[in-house]
Design a protein. Structure first.
Length: 267
């Protein structure tokens, strides 16, 4: 078995090569949305496509952020890539599994030049997160629990997420509603939403962030054009935790997001 440092290095390298160019813009809650592979008897799946996303930023004056992104989806018995996450499957079967996870915090943070309300704020950078995830197919729904720590050392924070979703096949359609919650510790909230004493201005008081629980509601619709071609639409709304809402640089409680795209399957 590789040691923790080696595993972290491998996961980080895989993430930078495969996930960074394909990441979706991320809202406050780590969305469980992904493009599910079409049904297949193959042990692996690989697909490429293109997508668009629009996300409401929580930061005052930033508004909506729009992105045109490539989409990569890969699944095998040992390894998978979905959006901004890369998993190495360690233990389990089709019903219950444990994986090591690497995730890039695409869309987290800001630059002081992003909006007048952020002028004078230091750059808050995106982080690389490493941790683990447990996935359970309960029959009536798919349940997910995850823990991630900031491997880049920028926020030095931690996140714990819970998610529930269920697939409803309807001919060529697949409808997947979901609900999720994420706990982010005080270091995470303070880094991304706090205001240091050196950054305080009239109308922007110093603020030390506390841990927060944010929630998400969403639904994903997929339509199979052919056995190898799929289009998808994902709608979600994220409610940020109270200590994030209290930040003087945040002006939104609910953060809507829309993602749409096309995926072509190669095997």
């Amino acid at each position: 078995m590789p040691n923790t440092a080696s595993l972290s290095a491998v996961l980080s390298a895989m993430l930078m090569v495969t996930v960074l160019p394909t990441a979706f813009a991320q809202s406050t809650v780590q969305s469980t949305a992904q493009t599910a592979p079409p049904a297949s008897t193959s042990d692996s799946f690989f697909g490429l496509g293109v997508g668009v996303s629009t996300d409401r930023s929580p930061y005052t004056g930033v508004g909506y952020e729009n992105h045109l992104i490539p989409v990569v989806s890969y699944e095998s018995r040992l390894f998978s890539i979905q959006g901004k996450t890369a998993d190495v499957h360690l233990l389990g079967d089709e019903r219950l599994s444990f994986s090591a996870r690497a995730e890039y915090g695409f869309g987290d943070g800001y630059k002081g030049s992003d909006a007048p309300a952020l002028n004078g704020m230091s750059h808050r950078k995106e982080s690389i997160w490493l941790g683990g995830v447990v996935e359970w197919d309960a029959g009536w729904a798919d349940l997910t629990a995850s823990w991630l720590g900031d491997a880049s050392g920028r926020s030095k924070g931690q996140q714990v997420g819970l998610g529930l979703e269920r697939d409803f096949p309807m001919g060529q359609w697949l409808l997947t509603p979901r609900i999720g919650a994420i706990w982010q510790d005080s270091k995470f909230v303070d880094y991304y939403y706090g205001v240091r004493s050196s950054e305080a201005r009239p109308g922007r008081a110093a603020y030390a962030g506390k841990s927060a629980i944010s929630t998400e509601l969403g639904v994903r619709a997929q339509y199979s054009l052919t056995p190898k071609q799929t289009v998808f639409l994902d709608l979600s709304a994220n409610r940020v935790g109270s200590s994030i809402q209290d930040s003087p640089i945040v002006d939104r409680t609910w953060l809507p997001a829309v993602r749409a795209g096309y995926l072509y399957r190669f095997n």
